[in-house]
Design a protein around this ligand. Structure first.
Ligand code: ASP
Length: 584
């Protein structure tokens, strides 16, 4: 037997037991005639004691062991005189009587402790060592529990987990595809799925009725903190459902996860229309942990010779409670913040509602105290509050004000990671017009159904058509999204037409789906959750990387295995790829 117990298991109740433990040496220190070793495994840390007086030879051998050596120790559980309340085994220690060195280790490139001295790059290169650290490993444990509870809930609701292929065909919509050359079909390529969308819809045609899959998806996009080239979805689809059925089922899943994994009881999720989300928060994924909604004040600002406001399409304010005391420096910081190229505002107007009831603003030249008072009233401001105002074209300004709102939320400590505000954003527009390309794109994807009552608008005013599409948002993060699908091949054909597909192109790309719809497709709809984001939210992480065992860096590289890499000419030839060998 390698071990009788784990390193996280023994307590005072186990006193005097003979045990065998195995694990990694986190630390070994000599004190007088004693050697103390912290032995670590996945479950915790247990202190081992080698005593010179009891066993000189054993102590001599123990004095040689170094950090991260793998050892097996037999000994007796004893009460510690110097207890450590910080660890679960802190009341006991093992007085060793046998030591077996299972493997030696080179000195690790960084300390394997909660506060490590290793930088990001180094830890990524030695990710397998990083994963020995508690904080990283606990994210994987959380991820496992969430995946497990997801399966348990969906299994209980009659969902079948069905695997769909990873080598599929490239589709032009959505993000860029990763492609794989086909050796057996020279000059032809597979693509890796951006999601199993079409397959899950085909499974509905097959009568599977309730499908799910915890599945890797691939998108060749520029990376950010919440994006990886390969990521995991909880992908789901149901037949004979309306939007309401899907929202209820997956609100149920989310509540189940919060309850079983975090012990949190959530109340019913509010619903917000896309239009309201944009109007009140300038975002289709509003962080509703704090209020600070947009207040439009353009009508109150007109006609006072302030050209900037007069010429703007949109003028809106947010109210920062109790911030009238902001200093010049703080206001300058906020102005610099909105003027950063990523945000791109031209400037920031502020109004301080002083505690004495007077107003002080950056536009005092144009507006009287009475004018400013009307703004303050509309914003429900009280003395002591600060109004921050942006103006310009509607959409752009809403986005800028959204960033400013989030920044203020952070500055004021209103984005508490232990608070979870979930909501559904519904009634998304079906289409989005791309000014540059002069054509419509599907806001969600081309299989999303328009709201039946809006179908007549498809011909007259496609931009106004609303979709039966929904997103689940938690704390300003889009955790999941989906839609009720088109299941009529004629309507699907029409949709491809609106999206600028020629009939031939639609047939080559999606003929299989439109044909399948001719054979009795049931009404269906679904949703996909981003598991990585879901886990990050549960763990309070800033980046999804920290809940992925082997993530890629911001240039899409795996620095541990050094991928991607150049291929040998032979392999390129075999794949019929005429690629110049990259000079290393
Ligand atoms: N396949 C969609 C996505 O990846 C989700 C869905 O519509 O179910 O966003």
């Amino acid at each position: 037997m390698y071990r009788t117990n784990t390193c996280g298991e023994l307590r005072i109740e186990n006193l005097n037991q003979e045990v065998i433990l195995a694990g990694w040496v986190q630390k070994a220190r000599k004190m007088g005639g004693m050697i103390f070793v912290d032995l670590r495994d996945r479950y915790g840390i247990t202190q081992l004691v080698f005593n010179q007086e009891v066993n000189g030879e054993l102590c001599e051998r123990a004095s040689k062991i170094g950090r991260e050596w793998v050892i097996q120790v037999k000994g007796k559980v004893m009460e510690r005189s110097n207890k450590n309340p910080n660890i679960s085994t802190g009341d006991i220690e093992i007085i060793a009587c046998e030591l077996n060195i299972l493997n030696v280790s080179e000195t690790p490139p960084f300390t394997i402790e909660e506060d490590t001295d290793g930088g990001d790059d180094l830890r990524m290169k030695y990710r397998y060592l990083d994963l020995r650290r508690n904080n990283v490993r606990s994210n994987l444990e959380l991820r496992h529990r969430m995946a497990f509870e997801t399966r348990s809930y969906l299994n209980g609701q009659q969902f079948l987990e069905v695997e769909t292929p990873v080598l599929i065909g490239s589709t032009p919509e959505g993000a860029r595809d990763f492609v794989v050359p086909s050796r057996m079909n020279p000059g032809e390529f597979y693509a890796l799925p951006q999601s199993p969308q079409t397959f899950k819809q085909l499974l509905m045609v097959s009568g599977i009725d309730r499908y799910f899959q915890i599945v890797k998806c691939f998108r060749d996009e520029d990376l950010r903190a919440d994006r990886q080239p390969e990521f995991t979805q909880i992908d789901c689809e149901m037949s004979f459902v309306q939007q309401e059925d899907i929202l209820n089922m997956f609100e149920g899943l989310t509540k189940h996860l919060f309850k079983t994994v975090k012990g949190i009881d959530l109340s019913d999720f509010p619903r917000m229309s896309y239009d309201d989300a944009m109007k009140l928060y300038g975002s289709d994924k509003p962080d509703t942990r704090f209020d600070m909604k947009f207040v439009e004040i353009q009508d109150l600002t007109k006609g006072k010779d302030f050209v900037v406001f007069d010429s703007a399409e949109y003028v809106a304010a947010i109210r920062a409670e109790g911030c009238a005391s902001y200093t010049r420096k703080q206001l300058d910081e906020l102005t610099d913040f909105v003027k950063r190229p990523q945000i791109g505002a031209k400037g920031l107007v502020y109004v301080r509602y002083e505690t004495d009831g007077t107003f002080k603003s950056s536009v005092d030249k144009f507006y009287s105290q009475d004018d400013l008072k009307t703004w303050a009233q509309r914003c429900n401001a009280k003395p002591g509050d600060l109004l921050l105002i942006l103006c310009g074209t509607t959409e752009k300004t809403q986005k800028q004000l959204c960033e400013l709102r989030l920044e203020m939320g952070s500055r004021l400590g209103l984005r508490d990671k232990s608070q979870f505000n979930c909501l559904w954003v519904v009634d998304f527009p079906l289409l989005e017009f791309d000014e540059e390309l002069g054509r419509y794109f599907a806001k969600h994807h081309p299989f999303t159904s328009p709201k039946p009552e809006d179908i007549p608008l498809l011909d007259s005013n496609p931009g106004a058509v609303r979709a039966n599409a929904y997103d689940m948002v938690i704390n300003g993060v889009e955790i999941g999204g989906g839609s009720i699908r088109i299941y009529n091949s004629e309507l699907q054909k029409k949709m491809f037409g609106i999206l600028g597909f020629t009939e031939e192109k639609a047939q080559t790309q999606f003929g299989f789906l439109m044909n399948a719809f001719k054979f009795g497709a049931p009404p269906h709809g679904g949703i996909a959750f981003g598991l990585d984001r879901f886990v990050s939210i549960f763990a309070g992480l800033d980046s999804i990387r920290d809940c992925i065992a082997f993530p890629k860096n911001n240039s899409g590289r795996d620095v541990m295995i050094d991928a991607p890499a150049v291929l040998e000419q032979e392999q390129l030839d075999e794949l019929n790829l005429q690629v110049a060998l990259k000079q290393k």
